[in-house]
Design a protein around this ligand. Structure first.
Ligand SMILES: [Zn+2]
Length: 334
């Protein structure tokens, strides 16, 4: 076992399955207590996935929406963001995601301009910096990517302390957002062989149906990612494409850490959670019971299948006008 492996193994053992100090969505003063899933990505580097649980959002955004472009009362989104920042004891860093390959260097751009950190997401009164990846070398800043089916990829180089987060939807992947993110880390001093990465919640290849031309084009760029979905149409596997990008950029396959075991454990832990059961009843799906939803779930990382996550496709299928956004965050704690 290498030194890195030992450190990683010891770090993992004292990491809890979920971060939530109570099953109530708010504390006595009405402040949200977000339910989040922490994963150790590298020694001293933590990834955190927020869920739909433990916030003050209502209606289609229930309960912990963190995205600001969806017409939710901005005060509620703000309260959820502040609560997440307090829960993980770090400033959040948010940009305006537009499916580009632009990487924001937060060592230059990070300026505290919101109660939760740096808001360049363009929501409400916030300034917009259009980018689909962030990179930073300093600790205690949590780089956040919004998602509700698109794939967030979190990266860390434990040697130099450089971390990065990328928003990888179909178009971002095709435009090379992941290659650009790794290249930005290399420019700052990382070597690809030292970079570890993990893939966050996203719609899976069994659920992400697209037109056949789109699927063909995607498969031509990322061979083997064409799928036949459970709805019997052509689909694509964006996670498979992301792994190809990481390999091509020189990151060893063994350095891609699987988020699934921790997410599976957290989902099981929450299998009788009242708030999650309430969300399922209101999702307007064929299976309103949480136990049934979990029984038919094949991929816990899939936003469409796992009721813990927001999903644009799931909301659209239920004729909902809005849906929330989770945040996938990466931060260096030391
Ligand atoms: Zn799926």
């Amino acid at each position: 076992m290498s030194k890195y492996d030992e450190e990683y193994a010891s770090g993992r053992s004292n990491d809890s399955i979920i971060d939530s100090s109570a099953m109530s969505p708010t504390d006595r003063d009405g402040n949200p207590i977000p339910v989040t899933i922490p994963i150790e990505l590298a020694p001293g580097v933590k990834v955190v996935y927020t869920t739909r649980l433990g916030g003050v959002s209502v209606a289609d955004w229930s309960y912990c929406n963190l995205g600001g472009k969806g017409e939710e009362d901005p005060d509620l989104t703000m309260r959820n963001r502040i609560a997440v920042s307090q829960a993980i004891r770090a400033d959040l860093s948010l940009v305006s995601q537009v499916h580009s390959a632009v990487v924001a260097d937060m060592d230059d751009l990070f300026t505290p301009n919101a109660p939760f950190g740096c808001d360049l997401s363009g929501s409400g009164q916030a300034e917009a910096y259009r980018a689909d990846a962030e990179i930073i070398a300093r600790p205690h800043v949590a780089l956040g990517m919004f998602a509700a089916d698109c794939l967030p990829v979190l990266l860390a180089d434990a040697e130099t302390g450089i971390i990065a987060a990328a928003h990888c939807g179909r178009r971002g992947l095709q435009r090379g957002v992941l290659e650009a993110t790794v290249a930005a880390m290399v420019t700052k001093g990382s070597e690809p062989v030292n970079i570890t990465a993990t893939l966050g919640p996203r719609i899976c290849g069994d659920c992400y149906e697209v037109g056949s031309k789109i699927a063909d084009d995607f498969d031509a760029q990322f061979p083997g990612t064409f799928t036949v979905t459970r709805f019997s149409g052509p689909g694509i596997d964006i996670a498979g494409a992301a792994v190809q990008c990481l390999m091509k950029a020189g990151i060893p396959r063994d350095n891609v850490i699987d988020s699934r075991p921790r997410v599976t454990a957290a989902t099981q832990y929450l299998s009788e959670d009242e708030e999650l059961a309430r969300l399922c009843r209101r999702d307007d799906e064929d299976t309103p019971q949480l136990s049934q939803r979990l029984a038919k779930m094949h991929h816990p990382m899939c936003t469409f299948e796992n009721p813990l996550w927001y999903s644009h496709r799931r909301a659209a299928q239920a004729n909902k006008a809005h849906e929330g956004r989770l945040l996938a965050l990466v931060m260096r704690e030391i």
